[in-house]
Design a protein around this ligand. Structure first.
Ligand SMILES: [Zn+2]
Length: 417
């Protein structure tokens, strides 16, 4: 149907660039997300995209907890590596000093005398290891809850035995620190920890990046391609590169930018690289509240997030909301023999398509599936991603956009200027 112009090598280079140390995990320290937005805007400029705003930027801000300084943890003389052997809750307050470690187990929760003895200790000097009670059922669940929500007033909580870490972003400081320890990091019964975590709540200014390739026939009808460029940033020296999440989606978007800028489509195509997705879909929400191109001009929106695999096919969120378009997507996939399968999923508030769907925009969120286990951790890095079905998924999406436009023109009267 269309020219084959997908470029896996280019995508790989973009991912390497966005995941390099210089971009600091595209978060909130070392201007990480700003550098990424500049990199994207520069590519929009080189491809002579139209800017619906000033210099492609749509700026906004939000509060966020950052860890630019020391992240030191030593347990009984064993120093732990930040990000690999331990992590703290994303809203962890600043904490410094030496504290005793105490364990609580299931038996203590359900034994009234033992529980009373435990809670009589002056717990504000202690970190409590709660691994043994999380997720269990008790005769007195309220006791377990008082420990896990720390209403008993301990210094902090510890989960050891963590298989893997899944970090996040917090817009506010939490009341107490929670330390997550990798299961092989400490094998002995812990007694004392020495900790120094500096967390700072900042008012972060950031920006969405928007660009337009004008349509040949119907410039006032838009297909919108979106992807978030932000990730989790840094925890001390530990960088969260976010290769699959979502340098991969940005790479495919920028590949589409180059291709569509060279050969414009019948509809206008708007590209939006969102900031603040990991902080709670903040960039896409901001856009829907402050649209520079009206939402009712958006004929179709495709959000790309987690696009580095594909061996197990693709999932389409909102497939059940827009069955006709989903049927077309599957038809294109079968015709081109691109991906092994396309899973249908209903509505989900799990990426930047969400607020557009809620505002009445016909939108899909596409993510690829495959053997890739890194998510919101320091191993989701450029060297780990294979882009095994990159060309196929690119071509599927490109063909789908064209087929959708063709069908819409045949079936209806678009907004002609
Ligand atoms: Zn993501």
């Amino acid at each position: 149907m269309a020219t084959k112009a997908q470029n896996k090598e280019y995508a790989k280079q973009v991912i390497e660039k966005l995941c390099s140390d210089d971009f600091a995990g595209r978060g909130y320290v070392n201007e990480g997300d700003k550098k990424a937005s500049r990199f994207i805007a520069e590519i929009f400029r080189k491809n002579r995209l139209g800017s619906p705003t000033v210099d492609y930027y749509q700026t906004f801000g939000f509060p966020v907890v950052t860890f630019p300084g020391e992240t030191f943890l030593n347990i009984d003389g064993v120093g732990l590596e930040a990000g690999r052997e331990f992590i703290v809750n994303a809203g962890c307050p600043t904490i410094k000093g030496k504290f005793n470690v105490i364990y609580i187990d299931s038996a203590t929760i359900d034994n009234s005398f033992a529980f009373e003895t435990f809670t009589k200790k002056s717990l504000r000097k202690f970190f409590i290891v709660v691994t043994d009670i999380k997720g269990k059922t008790f005769l007195h669940p309220e006791r377990a809850e008082s420990i896990l929500s720390n209403t008993i007033g301990a210094k902090g909580l510890i989960f050891n035995n963590q298989e893997k870490f899944t970090w996040s972003v917090s817009l506010q400081k939490e009341k107490f620190p929670i330390i997550y320890i990798q299961k092989n990091a400490i094998k002995h019964h812990m007694v004392e920890l020495d900790i120094n975590i500096e967390s700072i709540l900042i008012n972060h200014q950031t920006q969405n990046v928007l660009g337009i390739v004008k349509g040949k026939l119907y410039p006032d009808s838009f297909v919108v391609i979106t992807a978030h460029y932000d990730h989790l940033g840094k925890f001390g020296e530990a960088i969260f590169p976010g290769a699959n999440d979502n340098a991969s989606g940005i790479a495919m978007m920028l590949d589409l930018v180059g291709n569509i800028a060279k050969t414009p489509l019948d509809y206008s195509v708007m590209f939006i690289a969102f900031a603040g997705e990991e902080a709670g879909l903040l960039g896409s929400y901001y856009y829907t509240q402050n649209p520079s191109i009206a939402l009712n001009k958006m004929a179709l929106l495709l959000n790309l997030d987690l696009m580095a695999t594909g061996d197990k096919g693709m999932t389409s969120v909102n497939a059940t909301e827009f069955p006709d378009e989903f049927k077309l997507l599957r038809y294109i996939n079968e015709q081109g023999n691109y991906l092994p399968n396309i899973n249908s999923r209903g509505k989900a508030a799990n990426s930047d398509h969400y607020y557009f769907t809620e505002a009445g925009v016909k939108s899909f969120f596409f993510y690829l599936m495959g053997n890739y286990s890194f998510y919101h951790d320091i191993d989701d890095k450029a060297s780990a991603v294979t882009l095994s079905k990159y060309n196929e998924s690119y071509q599927l999406i490109y063909d789908f956009i064209n087929a959708y436009i063709k069908q819409s023109i045949e079936n209806s009267i678009p907004n002609k200027k």
